[in-house]
Design a binder for this molecule. Sequence first.
Ligand code: SAH
Length: 269
Amino acid sequence: MSTVQEARAKLGEHFGVGGSGKPDRWEALWADGSFIPWDRGLPNPALEDLLKDRQDLIGIPKEASDTAGKRKKAFVPGCGKGYDVLLLSSFGYDAVGLEVSETALKRCLEERDKHGDKYAVRDASLGAGKSNFVAGDFFSNEWTGSAGAEQFDLIYDYTFLCALPPSMRHQWALRMSHLLAPDGHLICLEFPLSKNPNLGGPPFGLQSKVYVQHLAQPGLDIPYNAEGYIPEGVTYPDNPAALKRAAHWQPARTHEIGKDQDWISVWHR
Ligand code: SAH
């Protein structure tokens, strides 16, 4: 067994069936601290390249003419140690990282305090945005107020959808559609695309089609076949709440574990 397979087997054992939908199971791993195999120690270079090179798609974090300094708000659910949150703020977004684990949030603050120099401001004329780390369950309104009360211009999902049991994917899509501002963009760094969904998780194997189908029908509990795939040939009526895929490409750089396999999709209303 490869190291990756070993780690995945151990994660599967820790969580059991459906266990990764239970917040306390994540906190148990973070609190112990000896086994957090998803942690890569740095922001994903795919996100960095996107923020640098695809302003045609996602716009800019702040208009230079906006002297009041109103910045776009970015959001990273299940942010782990917060690397991608700190990256987003270095690019000029006011960035919020959400974690259900209190211990992970402490690690985020440590990363910011001890390694803040790794996240130098990218554009002096824009400056850095704030970074804020929030405790809460993605699915709960406790940290947002009522549904739709809190919205973000940019949302980044990496290793969050795959962390959830497949039975929660329709709720993930609904929540994303509520959290996305009217002109906002959802960035999904699709991972793991090469893992057979029959092998369980987390991380649960995904296909690009999973994002397409769920985001087209936020909240609809789409059926899967016995092999864990969305069956071919099932169509649904147009849904006014649908998120549409604005772009889909294979990033030149990503974390080693997703090399030559990860894709990026960017979604809007
Ligand atoms: N994105 C990070 C962490 C991935 S692991 C990285 O790539 O390093 C998934 C993370 O999601 C864990 O840190 C876990 O604590 C968090 N998480 C799981 N369920 C959650 C939920 N319902 N709400 C918020 N965070 C959650």
